[in-house]
Design a protein around this ligand. Structure first.
Ligand SMILES: Nc1ncnc2c1ncn2[C@@H]1O[C@H](COP(=O)(O)OP(=O)(O)OP(=O)(O)O)[C@@H](O)[C@H]1O
Ligand SMILES: [Mg+2]
Length: 1027
C-alpha cells in the first residue's frame, strides 16, 4: 500500500474509526491541533449539536449533560456495548462500564470508575446508568436479583436524604459518594458498600435563595399519610417550618415530592427497613422540623428562654427524651473544668446556634446511620452465596466537582481540595499507566511535561504547615481564636507559597480583587477566592456537651446508635471536620490507588438546565478546571494513537497478520513506533492520511480481496467435493469388492458342497449330499419346466435323476393327461367329427390296406362335389333326402368291366350312383350287406347288395380316388363299419341273377385295371414304399 503525498488530502476526513458518528472526532487525541482549546470546544459543540454527548480523550470519557432524554440508554443499546471492544462502538458510558467490567472479570483486578464534574453535570445520572447497565447485563439468579434491587433502590433513599434542589441542580447531591459493587467469580453482583463524604449539613438549617432543604422533608410533608403526619405532629404545609422556607421555594414545579415519597417509601422496604425502623427514622426527620420551629425569647438577664413549649413536647416524644431536659439543654451550656461541671445560661444568639447545631448533628449523624444501614442490607453475605469464594469489586465515585462561586466558604474549600487530590491521583495513575504501557510495549519512555498539583495538595494538607493544620490549631487554641486570627496565622505561615495569596500579600494590582477576609488558592483548575468567615465554626462542628448528653439518653433506637456514650467520657477532642475530611480522603485515595481507574468527566452545557444550549463560556470554564486540556496533553505527549495491531488493521478494514511493516504504509521514522503488541502513531494526520489512501485504494483492494476470497472459497469447496468423491468412490469400491469376495466364497462353498454331494450322491440322504440332491431335483424340475413336451405327439422327456424316477413318471402321465385334456377342450365339432371318422378309418384300415397310411395325413372332406356339380334332376329326385357326401367315382361294368364315370352320393338312407342326370342305382343301407376292398394300394371297392331284391342290379364295383375316405364315410353312414372286408388276393361279387364276378388283386409296379383272360377283373396295384 503506497501512500500518495499528504498534500491535497483532507486531513479532517473522517475515517472508518469514526464512521459510526461522523461528527467531529470521537476521540480528542485525534484532534490535529490538540493544544487549542478552541478546537477542543468546537469539537464538543459540533457533537453536542448532533446529540453526541460522549467523546473520548483516550480512555477517558467526556460527557456533556443533554438536559433531555436521549434514546441511547435502551436495553438494545446495552446489549450493543456488551463484550464489545472499546473502540469498536461509538463513545458511551456503557463502553466504559463494560470495559471495566471485562477487566474485572478477565484480570480479576478491582476497578473503579471516577465520575467528576460540577454540580448538575450529570454525575449522579451517570452513576445510576452504569448501575442499571450492570443490573441488566450481568448474570442473574434469585439472590442476585435481590442484591441488584437493593443496589438500585439504595439510590432513591440516599438521594432523598442527601440531595436537594440547588440553584444549579434540582437534584444536587450534597454529599460525596463512593460505592463498591462486589462481583462474584461468575461476574454477578453479590454485594455492595457505600462510603459517604462530607454531607452539607448547613443546608439543614439554612438554604440560599432559590434552594431547598434536603428532599426528604418536603417528600414527607407532601406524601405522608395523614395518620403518619398526625403521629409526627406535622402539618402538610412546608411553609410552617422555618428550616424549609429559608430559600423561599418550598414547592418547585419540576419536582414531584408526592410521587418521590412513594418511590422512597417502596425503596425503604426493599433495602430491608421494617415499619418500626421507618417510623423511628421519620420521627427524627420530623424532630428536625420541630427543632427549627423552637423559638427563644430573652429574659431580664438576657438569657434565652424557650417560648415554644408545644415544640418541646413533640421533640420529647419524637426523640424519646425528657422534654424538660431537652429544653434546659437548649438554653444552657455545660463546661467541665478541672473535673467540675459548670453550667451557664446561653443568650439568644447562642441558644439559636445550639439549636441549629443540634439539628445539624442529628441530621448528619442520622444520614451516616442511614448509609450504614444501607450497607448492612447490601453487605455480601457469604451464607446467601455459598461457595462463591473471592469477590472482586468495582467502585463508582460520584463526587462533587470543582466549585467556584461568588462567595466560597469552608465547603468549597473542602470540595476543591478533594478535587485537587483526585486530579493528583488522575495524573499519577494516567502517567503511571502511560509509562507502564510504554514499558510493556518495549518503547522508550518519553518524559511528559505536566503540571504536578502536589504542591497545592501539600499546601492544604501538610502537617503543621498546611492550611488544615493551621485551621485546626486555631480551633484548638485557647483564647480568642476567630476566623480573622486564622487568616493572619495563614498569612504568616504560608506567605511565600506561589499558590497562596491574600489581600495583604498581593501586589497592588491584584489586591483589588481580594477582600480583607479572603484568601486565594491557585488551584490546578484556576484561582478560587475563599472567604474565611465561618471556617472555625464549621471546622469545629461543635455540639454543646449537655445536648450531646441528652441525645445519648434518647430511647429512639436510631438516635441512640448515633450518639454514643463513649463520646462523653472520651477526653480527647473529636477530630475537626477538615481533619476528618482529610483523613477520609486519604483513605479514599488508598482505595482508589489499589484499583484500576476509569474516568468519566461530566460537563453541563448551560446554567439554565436547558436542552440544546451550548454556552461556550461555561464549557471553557469546565474544560479548564476539569483539566481536560492537561489530560489531552498528557495523552498526546507521546503518541496520539495506539492500538493493538489486529484492532488497528481491523479499523482500517484490512485483514493481514502482524507483524505489519509500516514502511509499507509510507510512515516516516519519527511518525510511529512499533510496540510489542501495539502500533503507536505520533500524529493523527498520519493516521488520517493512511485512511484516505486506503479510501482511494479501497476499490482495487476490495476487488483483490474479493478475488482472493472467492478463489479460496471455491478451492475450499472443490477440495471438499474432491474429498467427498474419493470417499464415495472408495466406499463403493469397498462394497463391490466385498460383494465379489462374498460371491466367490459362496461359489467355492457351493462347488465344494456339489463335489461332496456328487461323491455321496448314491448314499441315502445325509448332510453331505442333501444340497446336491436337492439341487439335482430342483434343476431337473426347473429343466422339466422349461422343456415340457409341446404336444401329445412330442414324446421327449428329460431324463430324471434316480431319486425322481417315480415322480417323473407320474409327472409325465399328468402332463400327458393335461395336454390331452387341454387338446380335447380346444377341439371344434368339425374337427371332432373328422377325428372320429379318422379313428373309424384307422379301425377299419390300419395295417390292413396298403394305401391307408397315405390317407392319414389327408383330411376327410365333407363332400367332394358341391350341389352345383350334381345334376338338378338328381337333386330334385332326391328332394327329401339330404346329400351327406358326394364323390366322383368310376364304375366298372359288371360284364365287360368297362370304366364309366359316375357320382356316388350318400344320403340319409342310401348310396346313390348317378350318371349325369340319372340315378343309375340306389342302394338302401338296409340292402347293403358289405363292402370289400383289397389289402393292396388300389382304389377299387365293391358294395355288396342284398340279392333277393330284384330291382337291384347286384354288387357294384367302383373306384374312388379317395377310397379310404369314401369307404369310411359310407360305412359310417350306412352303419356298416364292421362289414368292411379287406381281402387278400381276390374279391368275389355277385352280378345279378346269381352270377359271380371275381376281382384279382396283385401287386405290381404300376396300377393297371383290366379284364383278364379268365374273365376276372385283374387289378395290379403299385407297391408302395411304405410297405
Ligand atoms: N445523560 C443524561 N441524560 C438526560 N438528562 C441528564 C443526563 N445527565 C444529567 N441529566 C439531567 O441533569 C440533571 C442533573 O444531573 P445530576 O444530578 O446527575 O448532576 P450531578 O453531576 O450529580 O450534580 P451534583 O453535583 O449537583 O449532584 C439530572 O437531574 C437530569 O435532569
Ligand atoms: Mg449528583
Amino acid at each position: 500500500l503506497a501512500l500518495p503525498g499528504t498534500n491535497g488530502i483532507r486531513l479532517t476526513m473522517e475515517s472508518a474509526l469514526t464512521a459510526r458518528d461522523r461528527v467531529g472526532v470521537q476521540d480528542f487525541v485525534l484532534l490535529e491541533n490538540f493544544t487549542s482549546e478552541a478546537a477542543f470546544i468546537e469539537n464538543l459543540r459540533k457533537r453536542f449539536k448532533e446529540n453526541l454527548i460522549y467523546t473520548y480523550i483516550g480512555s477517558v470519557l467526556v460527557s456533556v449533560n443533554p438536559y433531555k432524554e436521549l434514546e441511547i440508554y435502551t436495553k438494545q443499546n446495552m446489549e450493543r456495548y456488551r463484550g464489545v471492544s472499546f473502540y469498536e462502538v461509538s463513545p458511551h458510558l456503557y463502553a466504559i462500564a463494560d470495559n471495566s467490567y471485562r477487566s474485572l472479570r478477565t484480570e480479576r483486578k478491582d476497578q473503579c470508575i471516577l465520575i467528576s464534574g460540577e454540580s448538575g453535570a450529570g454525575k449522579t445520572e451517570a452513576t445510576k446508568k452504569i448501575l442499571q447497565y450492570y443490573a441488566v447485563t450481568c448474570p442473574a439468579s434469585q439472590q442476585v436479583e435481590t442484591v441488584k434491587d437493593r443496589l438500585l433502590q439504595s439510590n432513591p433513599v440516599l438521594e432523598a436524604f442527601g440531595n436537594a434542589k440547588t440553584l444549579r441542580n434540582d437534584n444536587s447531591s450534597r454529599f460525596g459518594k463512593y460505592m463498591d459493587v462486589q462481583f462474584d467469580y461468575r461476574g454477578a453482583p453479590v454485594g455492595g458498600h457505600i462510603l459517604n463524604y462530607l454531607l452539607e449539613k448547613s443546608r439543614v438549617v439554612h438554604q440560599n435563595h432559590g434552594e431547598r432543604n434536603f428532599h426528604i422533608f418536603y417528600q414527607l410533608l407532601e406524601g405522608g399519610e395523614e395518620d403518619l403526619l398526625r403521629r409526627l405532629g406535622l402539618e402538610k404545609n412546608p411553609q410552617q417550618y422555618h428550616y424549609l422556607v429559608k430559600g423561599h421555594c418550598a414547592r418547585v414545579s419540576s419536582i414531584n415530592d408526592k410521587n418521590d415519597w412513594k418511590i422512597v417509601r417502596r425503596a425503604l422496604s426493599i433495602i430491608s427497613f421494617n415499619d418500626n425502623e421507618v417510623e423511628d427514622l421519620l420521627s427524627i426527620v420530623a424532630s428536625v422540623l420541630h427543632l427549627g420551629n423552637v423559638q427563644f425569647a430573652a429574659d431580664e438577664q438576657g438569657n434565652a428562654q424557650v417560648t415554644t413549649e408545644n415544640q418541646i413536647k413533640y421533640l420529647g416524644r419524637l426523640l424519646a427524651v425528657e422534654g424538660s431536659v431537652l429544653r434546659d439543654a437548649l438554653i444552657h451550656k455545660k463546661i467541665i473544668a478541672k473535673g467540675e461541671e459548670l453550667i451557664s445560661p446561653l443568650n439568644l444568639e447562642q441558644a439559636a446556634y445550639a439549636r441549629d447545631a443540634l439539628a445539624k448533628a442529628i441530621y448528619g449523624r442520622t444520614f451516616s446511620w442511614l448509609v450504614n444501614k444501607v450497607n448492612k442490607s447490601l453487605a455480601y453475605k457469604e451464607g446467601e452465596f455459598p461457595g462463591w469464594r473471592s469477590t472482586t469489586v468495582l467502585g463508582l465515585l460520584d463526587i462533587y466537582g470543582f466549585e467556584v462561586f461568588q462567595h466560597n466558604s469552608f465547603e468549597q474549600f473542602c470540595i476543591n481540595y478533594c478535587n485537587e487530590k483526585l486530579q493528583q491521583l488522575f495524573i499519577e495513575l494516567t502517567l503511571k499507566s502511560e509509562q507502564e504501557e510504554y514499558e510493556s510495549e518495549g518503547i522508550a519512555w518519553e518524559p511528559v511535561q505536566y503540571f504536578n498539583n502536589k504542591i497545592i495538595c501539600d499546601l492544604v494538607e501538610e502537617k503543621f504547615k498546611g492550611i488544615i493544620s493551621i485551621l485546626d490549631e486555631e480551633c484548638l487554641r485557647p483564647g480568642d481564636a476567630t476566623d480573622t486570627t486564622f487568616l493572619e496565622k495563614l498569612e504568616e505561615t504560608v506567605k511565600n507559597h506561589p499558590h497562596f495569596l491574600t489581600h495583604k500579600l498581593a501586589d497592588q494590582k491584584t489586591r483589588k480583587s481580594l477582600g480583607r477576609e479572603e484568601f486565594r488558592l491557585s488551584h490546578y483548575a484556576g484561582d478560587v477566592t475563599y472567604s474565611v468567615a465561618g471556617f472555625l465554626d464549621k471546622n469545629n462542628d461543635l455540639l454543646f456537651r449537655n445536648l450531646k448528653e441528652t441525645m445519648c439518653n434518647s430511647e429512639n433506637p436510631i438516635i441512640n446508635q448515633c450518639f454514643d456514650r463513649t463520646e462523653l467520657t472520651d477526653k480527647k477532642r473529636p477530630e475537626t471536620a477538615a481533619t476528618q475530611f482529610k483523613n477520609s480522603l486519604s483513605k479514599l485515595m488508598e482505595i482508589l490507588m489499589s484499583k484500576e481507574p476509569s474516568y468519566i468527566r461530566c460537563m453541563k452545557p448551560n446554567d439554565a438546565k436547558q436542552a440544546d444550549r451550548f454556552d461556550e463560556v461555561l464549557i471553557r470554564h469546565q474544560v479548564k478546571y476539569l483539566g481536560l486540556m492537561e489530560n489531552l496533553r498528557v495523552r498526546r505527549a507521546g503518541f496520539a494513537y495506539r492500538r493493538k495491531y489486529e484492532v488497528f488493521l481491523q479499523s482500517l478494514g484490512l485483514v493481514t497478520s502482524p507483524p505489519l511493516h509500516c514502511p509499507h504504509l509510507g510512515y516516516k521514522q519519527e511518525e510511529y513506533k512499533m510496540g510489542r503488541t501495539k502500533i503507536f502513531i505520533r500524529f493523527p494526520k498520519t493516521l488520517f492520511a493512511t485512511e484516505d489512501a486506503l479510501e482511494v485504494r479501497k476499490q482495487s483492494l476490495a476487488t483483490k480481496m474479493q478475488a482472493t476470497w472467492r478463489g479460496f472459497y471455491r478451492r475450499k469447496k472443490f477440495l471438499h467435493m474432491k474429498h467427498s468423491a474419493i470417499a464415495i468412490q472408495s466406499w463403493w469400491r469397498g462394497t463391490l469388492g466385498r460383494r465379489k469376495a462374498a460371491k466367490k466364497k459362496w461359489a467355492v462353498e457351493t462347488i465344494r458342497r456339489f463335489i461332496k454331494g456328487f461323491i455321496y450322491r448314491n448314499h441315502p440322504r445325509c448332510p453331505e449330499n442333501e444340497y446336491f440332491l436337492d439341487y439335482i431335483r430342483f434343476s431337473f424340475l426347473m429343466n422339466l419346466k422349461r422343456n415340457l413336451p409341446k404336444n401329445v405327439l412330442d414324446k421327449s422327456w428329460p431324463t430324471p435323476p434316480p431319486s425322481l424316477c417315480e415322480a417323473s413318471q407320474l409327472l409325465r402321465q399328468l402332463c400327458m393327461q393335461n395336454m390331452v385334456w387341454t387338446y380335447c377342450k380346444r377341439i371344434s365339432p368339425e374337427w371332432k367329427q373328422q377325428l372320429e371318422q379318422k379313428v373309424i378309418a384307422s379301425e377299419i384300415f390300419k395295417g390292413k390296406k396298403d394305401n391307408y397310411p397315405q390317407s392319414v395325413p389327408r383330411l376327410f372332406i365333407n363332400t367332394r362335389l358341391g350341389n352345383e356339380e350334381i345334376n338338378a334332376k338328381v337333386l330334385q329326385a332326391l328332394e327329401n333326402e339330404a346329400i351327406k357326401y358326394a364323390v366322383p367315382v368310376i364304375k366298372y361294368d359288371r360284364k365287360g368291366y368297362k370304366a364309366r364315370a359316375r357320382q356316388l352320393l350318400l344320403t340319409q338312407n342310401a348310396v346313390v350312383i348317378v350318371e349325369e342326370s340319372k340315378i343309375k342305382q340306389r342302394i338302401d343301407y338296409a340292402n347293403l350287406t358289405g363292402i370289400s376292398v383289397s389289402s393292396l394300394s388300389d382304389n377299387l371297392f365293391v358294395l355288396h347288395v342284398h340279392c333277393e331284391d330284384n330291382k337291384q342290379k347286384g354288387d357294384v364295383v367302383l373306384q374312388s380316388d379317395h377310397v379310404i375316405e369314401t369307404l369310411t364315410k359310407t360305412a359310417i353312414q350306412a352303419d356298416k363299419v364292421n362289414n368292411v372286408n379287406i381281402n387278400q388276393g381276390s374279391i368275389k361279387f355277385t352280378v345279378g341273377q346269381g352270377k359271380e364276378g371275381i376281382i384279382d388283386f396283385i401287386s405290381g409296379s404300376e396300377l393297371l385295371i383290366a379284364k383278364a383272360k379268365n374273365g376276372h377283373l385283374t387289378v395290379v396295384a403299385p407297391r408302395l414304399n411304405s410297405r
